[in-house]
Design a protein around this ligand. Structure first.
Ligand SMILES: [Zn+2]
Length: 102
């Protein structure tokens, strides 16, 4: 049986917008990873726990489309969409990453 892996197709990307008082301010925007790659976004994080993510940008036929996984297992264990969290049977509650990407 294949090992279950995390596969998220949505992420948050860091964008900049014009601040009302002038200058720019960064903000995080939820986006499909496939679109983010086309737009050449460079900063990513998990949309549910703000944790660091690993990028898998594959262009191989029959391979899964580009996706992300949590970089830290501890994030996956407490992120509301983490595979380790979803598999946990101890009734734990989700929480934000201990080392969020800002
Ligand atoms: Zn997460």
């Amino acid at each position: 049986m294949a090992v279950e892996r995390e596969k998220f197709y949505e992420c948050e990307v860091k964008r900049r917008r014009v601040r009302a008082t002038g200058g720019y301010e960064p903000f995080w925007k939820v986006k499909l990873l496939a679109e983010a790659l086309i737009d050449s976004d460079t900063e990513f994080r998990c949309k549910d726990c703000s944790g660091a993510v690993k990028l898998f940008r594959r262009h191989v036929e029959n391979a899964p489309p580009p996706h992300i996984e949590h970089k830290l297992k501890s994030d996956s264990e407490y992120c509301s969409s983490g595979i380790h969290f979803l598999k946990a049977t101890d009734g734990r509650l989700p929480r934000m990453s201990q080392s969020p990407v800002r």
